[in-house]
Write a protein that binds this ligand. Structure first.
Ligand code: FAD
Length: 291
């Protein structure tokens, strides 16, 4: 089913994100985590597309297994990195052949040690061009990335939201947000988007913290901030990962409850291919469901 149809219901979506493991040996534990998380009856799960297009075949293979073997609705991520229009057309063909109806259309980060994103000849420079291309090709439902604190390369939030609007105008049906620990930033982003004429549903990306160093690294890379009260609390709890994880679970529950109360269109959990902490969070939430 297309995610744009799921979002027509007046109920928030629930979704989980997975990434194709680098080592082939870890594929079984990925499928185990997916099988455990789909017992929570998510609206869809998503599979990322590795930096530099490195997981192209794996993304399609895993998304196909989720959709066709596990019977779970899926969203396949796709980036413009090092791909020509012909390459993208081929991937769209693969996705269609595997019955995959939803794509998260992204530009991607500059590959390798490059600091600036350079489009390849015959490729795309920005995600809005990819959205337009997908829209002209087939009837996929298309999601795009949104940045409550602004994308790291953008001069300011409003400029970034104007660029987000290009993606929606090109045919994106919904927006999934980058990691953000401060709901006020998400609400401000949503208000600014609405005031600039973006009506597409906004699904909040939730990152359950279970490792302090990892979260510091990730937020530095993507330009998200760790609010000072969260940073203080995390450094107060012990160095032990179990205690960090316990705190991260409580924080994610509080953050998600507040988002649900404030009418968010969906909760998208960055699972990091682990199930236990996400299960503990979702079991505590009362997510309204249709039917
Ligand atoms: P764009 O929307 O193209 O924006 C990139 C920058 O250019 C922004 O600063 C924007 O303001 C500016 N801009 C946009 N359009 C224009 C224009 N027409 N003219 C001038 N400036 C413009 N990366 C992966 O490699 N694989 C993944 O699977 C993946 N999944 C993600 C999932 C989510 C939910 C999110 C939030 C991010 C994900 N990313 C992924 C990261 C993403 O690829 C990076 O954040 C990347 O740097 C930007 O991608 P984008 O699609 O937002 O780019």
């Amino acid at each position: 089913m297309k995610i744009r149809e799921l979002l027509k219901d007046d109920f928030p979506t629930l979704s989980f994100e997975f990434f194709p493991p680098k080592r082939e040996g870890n594929i079984d534990s990925l499928y185990l985590a997916i099988n455990e998380l789909i017992t929570l009856t998510p609206s869809f799960v998503s599979v990322t597309y590795g930096a530099g297009g490195t997981t192209r075949d794996k993304t399609v293979e895993i998304a196909s297994k989720i959709k066709n073997d596990f019977g779970q609705e899926v969203l396949a991520h796709l980036t413009c990195v090092q791909s020509t229009q012909d390459d993208i057309a081929e991937i769209l063909g693969d996705l269609k052949e595997h019955n995959i109806e939803n794509i998260l259309a992204l530009r991607g980060d500059p590959p390798g040690d490059d600091k600036v994103f350079m489009k390849v000849e015959g490729g795309f420079g920005y995600a809005n061009e990819l959205v337009e291309f997908i829209r002209s090709h087939d009837q996929f439902s298309i999601g795009v990335a949104g940045y409550p604190e602004g994308h790291i390369e953008a001069p300011n939030l409003d400029t970034d939201i104007v660029n987000l609007k290009r993606k929606v105008n090109a045919g994106a049906d919904f927006i999934i947000t980058q990691i953000c620990f401060e709901n006020d930033s998400i609400y401000h982003f949503r208000d600014r988007a609405r005031s600039l004429g973006i009506e597409a549903p906004i699904i909040a990306g939730i990152f359950p913290i279970f490792n302090f160093k990892q979260i510091q690294k990730m937020t530095t890379l993507c330009g998200a901030t760790i609010p000072s009260n969260l940073e203080r609390s995390l450094s107060r709890v012990s160095e032990k990962n179990e205690e960090i994880e316990k705190y991260g679970i409580e924080y994610a529950i509080r953050q998600s409850e507040d988002l649900l109360k404030n009418g968010i269109s969906g909760l998208h959990f960055y699972s990091m291919n682990k199930s236990s902490h996400v299960i503990k969070i979702v079991e505590e939430l009362s997510i309204p469901k249709g039917g």
